[in-house]
Write a protein that binds this ligand. Structure first.
Ligand code: FAD
Ligand code: PYC
Length: 416
């Protein structure tokens, strides 16, 4: 059997993979669907999967202007955790984490979810109090969360310099051991394949260029491949949310900023958990290949260019060399950026828009990879019922009018 696999792999390689089975179809768009989902990132694809699986609605298309996962889904640093402060956030992020825990089985696709633990460092009294408060809040919600002393940080992550004489002394940390990382592309591909198998049409290289709205109600979308009708449309386009909202004639309280990341040359395993420092603006994990996956806060200018400025990388590396001195001898291999959709309270927006039948899911900013399953699950329920479900309800667009904000700036962990 193994021999046959090696042979067939070689044969496929030489025949330019012509015998490989497609993971999903590539259909032409139909003139009309029950529900259209705009955006073939993790959130849009997860929405389509749960619409078909949980609600039996499979006359659905996902419309993607580029390729699946080509947005932030394929550009993020894959940190998954649920240690947010407020009840509403705990509900949706913990729901998401529970879905992560069964996701490979649900999709029959290995998303390489690795619960290696996520640590947040405290460098000063403010950090320490914020982390302690959040750990207590998490535990009240039944979410695993612990406090570590500096000595325990050293035991968990020996490459970190915990000397009180270092430039950024480490007072201690919080850790969520059920947190970790996953393979980002696999998440997009797994959801796409599962949705496709249930009849969802996944349409790539098809850009939505306008909305067809009559008497305040959605009737369909204009795309680069023609008009497609639907009485219900869900928008999940992350950094492009304001652009789509503008096409539909309303404004979003969202800023689009570049967020960068970089990876090092691969080295032997030296770090088996994720470590983040929001005060010093750096975080790091080690991939299964051995690369350090590194990032920090967002660039502060508004942009759609999927690139960032060099001063951010300089700051990231300066901080990391102080915290992990061995990094000064490593080489960085590549760097990239994604456009994150940041709301004033650093919480997502899931629900209705001023246009009847048009729904939006955005504002996940620097932290929506972890939310992918929970977001898709809640958005699917919202689209199916035409009303936000209990998880989505508190995250309405309307909260910026009523003032019921859900301030998660502390838990966002990445400065922006
Ligand atoms: P996307 O994956 O961006 O998908 C949106 C899709 O919409 C895109 O594919 C785009 O092409 C498409 N689209 C846009 N306009 C149109 C149009 N007009 N017509 C059709 N399609 C359109 N989150 C975490 O939880 N943990 C992390 O460690 C983490 N690290 C990050 C690091 C970086 C560098 C970045 C950039 C982000 C990070 N995030 C992280 C945030 C996370 O990546 C995002 O919140 C999440 O991936 C958003 O997923 P999405 O499906 O909503 O968006
Ligand atoms: O939300 O945990 C997070 C995160 C880490 C890096 C970027 N976002």
């Amino acid at each position: 059997m193994a021999k046959y696999s090696v042979f067939s792999l070689a044969r496929n390689a030489l025949s330019y993979h012509e015998n490989w089975q497609r993971a999903w179809r590539s259909p032409a768009p139909k003139p009309e669907y029950d529900i259209l989902v705009i955006g073939g990132g993790g959130h849009g694809l997860a929405t389509a999967h749960y619409l078909a699986k949980e609600h039996g609605i499979n006359n659905v298309a996902v419309i993607e202007k580029g390729w699946l996962g080509g947005g932030n889904t394929g550009r993020n640093t894959t940190i998954v955790r649920s240690n947010y402060l407020w009840d509403e956030s705990a509900a949706i992020y913990e729901h998401s984490l529970k879905l992560w825990e069964g996701l490979s089985q649900d999709l029959n696709f290995n998303v390489m979810f690795s619960q290696r633990g996520v640590m947040n460092l405290a460098h000063n009294l403010h950090d320490w109090r914020e982390l302690n408060r959040r750990v207590h809040a998490n535990r009240l919600h039944g979410i695993d969360s612990e406090i570590l002393t500096a000595a325990q940080v050293k035991a968990e992550a020996p490459i970190f310099n915990v000397s009180p004489n270092s430039r950024y002394p480490i007072m201690g940390a919080s850790i969520q051991r059920r947190g970790g990382t996953a393979r980002h592309d696999a998440v997009a591909w797994g959801y796409a394949r599962a949705a496709d198998q249930r009849g969802v049409d996944i349409i790539q290289n098809c850009e939505v260029t306008g909305f067809v709205i009559n008497n305040g109600k959605i009737e369909g979308v204009e795309t680069t491949r023609g008009r497609i009708n639907a009485k219900r449309v869900g928008v999940a386009v992350a950094g492009n949310s304001s652009v789509l909202a503008d096409m539909a004639g309303f404004r979003m309280p969202v800023e689009s900023n570049p967020l960068q990341a970089l990876v090092s040359d691969p080295i032997k395993p030296v770090l088996d958990c994720v470590v983040m420092s929001s005060a010093v603006h750096v975080y790091v994990s080690q991939s299964d290949k051995g690369e350090f996956v590194i990032g920090a806060g967002s660039d502060l200018h508004v942009s759609y260019s999927q690139r960032g400025s060099f001063d951010i990388i300089e700051g990231i590396m300066g901080a990391l060399c102080e915290l992990v001195p061995m990094v000064s001898r490593m080489k960085m291999m590549r760097q990239w950026g994604g456009i994150v959709d940041v709301t004033p309270d650093r919480s997502p927006i899931i629900g209705k828009t001023p246009v009847e039948g048009l729904f939006i899911n955005c504002g996940w900013g620097t932290g929506g990879f972890k939310g992918t399953p929970g977001s898709g699950h809640a958005f699917a329920a919202t689209l199916a019922a035409g009303e936000p479900n209990d998880k989505a309800g508190p995250f309405s667009l309307d909260r910026f009018r009523t003032g019921f904000l859900i301030d998660e700036a502390g838990a966002a962990a990445v400065a922006h």
